[in-house]
Design a protein around this ligand. Sequence first.
Ligand SMILES: Cc1cc2nc3c(=O)[nH]c(=O)nc-3n(C[C@H](O)[C@H](O)[C@H](O)COP(=O)(O)OP(=O)(O)OC[C@H]3O[C@@H](n4cnc5c(N)ncnc54)[C@H](O)[C@@H]3O)c2cc1C
Ligand SMILES: Cc1cc2nc3c(=O)[nH]c(=O)nc-3n(C[C@H](O)[C@H](O)[C@H](O)COP(=O)(O)O)c2cc1C
Length: 579
Amino acid sequence: MPPMLPATAPFADEHIAALNRVISVTTPEQRAWLSGYLAGIQAANDPEAVVPAAPPAKRAPLTILFGTESGNAEALAAQLRKAAAKLGFAPKVIDMADFTPAQAAATENLLIVASTWGEGDPPQRAIDFYEALMADDAPRFEKTRFAVLALGDRAYAQFCQIGRAIDERLATLGGIRIADRIDCDLDFATPATGWIDSTLDRLNAEIGVKDASASVIHVDFARPNTESASRAHPFEAEITEHLRLTGSRSTSDTHHIAISLEGSAIAYEPGDSLGVVASNDPAQVEAVLQAAGLSGDDTLLTALTHRLDIATLTGQQIENFARDTGIQPLPADWAAGRQIIDLLELAPGRLSAEQLTALLRPLAPRYYSIASSRKAVGEEAHLLVAGLRYTSHGRERRGVASLDIVARHREGDKLKVFHRSNPHFRLPVDNGRPIIMVGPGTGLAPFRAFLQEREAVGARGRNWLVFGHRHYTHDFLYQLELQDWLKSSLLSRLDVAFSRDQPEKRYVQDLLWERRADLYAWLRDGAGLYICGDASAMAKDVHATVLRVLADQGNQDQASAKAELDAIRRDGRYLLDVY
Ligand SMILES: Cc1cc2nc3c(=O)[nH]c(=O)nc-3n(C[C@H](O)[C@H](O)[C@H](O)COP(=O)(O)OP(=O)(O)OC[C@H]3O[C@@H](n4cnc5c(N)ncnc54)[C@H](O)[C@@H]3O)c2cc1C
Ligand SMILES: Cc1cc2nc3c(=O)[nH]c(=O)nc-3n(C[C@H](O)[C@H](O)[C@H](O)COP(=O)(O)O)c2cc1C
């Protein structure tokens, strides 16, 4: 892909779009010619202006450290770097995966952006850093000024746990906190930007960095915004195929959705996902309005349908509702398994439309792994979406986005999407390297993209897929394709576990244990191990099984097995995309 101008380039939006249209069809030679030509003209006309805008001799170093799973913290770290550079700092952005607490303790100015995953866990690639920071022998941070921006989701009990823990730990280790931490919910853009500006101002005031913004033109060569078409301006993609893959007797309702990306400029890679901007179920919206005693308010109806989250419930909302209605406060854990409607029903008709609007969080996009390779499907993207239905506290609940896609959209309808790059979940650069893909349920999606890609480029590496679901007869997603790939030898191995086809439950981790000699041999041959799908149970069980296999097959204790898996992860060969 040719480089594109970032949205921050010093041009009007329509000029950036026009330039990008031209740049997107240039060859490397044309771009080299153009840059030389423009620089030459400028030099001839105004020699002063092209003196490279050398940064001031002494720019204060600033280390921006991020811990991320799905890229939000990384994108904010990039935003922070840009803002810091404008103020005259010499910022450096570093992934926690590539840093140690000892290196962090040697920095003078350290700003950290960290997200929380699992149930209050660090992002995968940040585990080593986090554990070392929490360990008894962690270094002292007395020379380091620091501040922390935490990312999370208030719907989780351990809200922003990792950012909080890092912030407290750095203070305990003697670090100098130069700004208070903020804990951001899913709509982090505005608070995070405010924090970035105020924290940099504070740091600037503290150490007196000269304002270099007047004399330095910043050219941002970093990867531009990783979300093309954006959350705010999604692309309306036509659904060209909408097929239920699970059988009519299946308990799961999983669909293959193909959408057209023609005209979108979305250029995805295998491993990436699409964000879907969904709407709430009209019946659910009406139920919430009724519970609130606010039926008939059309403005509210529109806001609740398209803009506000009526599906989740947080401890903060329970607190605010008690304050607004005067009901007895409830414990925060009352939220577990409940939704806003359960809360409203405790005190029906007691909120004004403004109070209800203020109570609700913005409706967040949902992400879906792309299940296709552009090399195989051209300007399309395929998604594998499981409609979510469950019962809790005696009420039937329906997933907002998944059911919007599978039940309220049809072929020919438009779906609002944007692209989210996932640079940490990629096929090996060396396409001769073997890969093992563990993807039960919708975890299969990115691996279909991997396989299409490897087939299209004629990759030599062996491919082993481990798939699982409930029943062979109803739930074998993409069965014919997978069996064709086995026949054509694109798949060297296909192992499947159908949990409910025999009296004893059988899962992908059981398969891995049964095939442990092969798993170990593949890993020893340098295979990449990829895991995608359910984070709460599957990924943990697979992780524990891989450790057991390394211990058993390598004749080593748990500690050495863990060290071996850590080394594999550092080598970029243990990659997770779990949710
Ligand atoms: C990077 C990434 C890739 C993803 N890829 C895919 C994919 O390829 N295919 C796919 O189908 N999904 C995928 N997902 C998940 C997807 O984004 C949505 O989370 C999923 O579709 C549910 O969204 P929803 O709006 O339908 O449900 P929501 O309305 O958001 O409801 C989900 C919430 O309901 C609650 N809940 C769910 N089940 C229960 C239960 N049994 N008991 C009590 N509470 C429960 C939980 O609080 C959960 O967070 C991916 C997620 C990520 C982050
Ligand atoms: C499977 C999953 C588990 C999560 N667990 C938590 C959690 O325990 N606490 C929390 O505050 N946020 C949690 N989050 C929300 C993320 O922290 C939030 O989406 C954040 O913006 C992700 O940032 P990142 O893209 O930098 O990883 C979770 C999100 C997912 C998808």
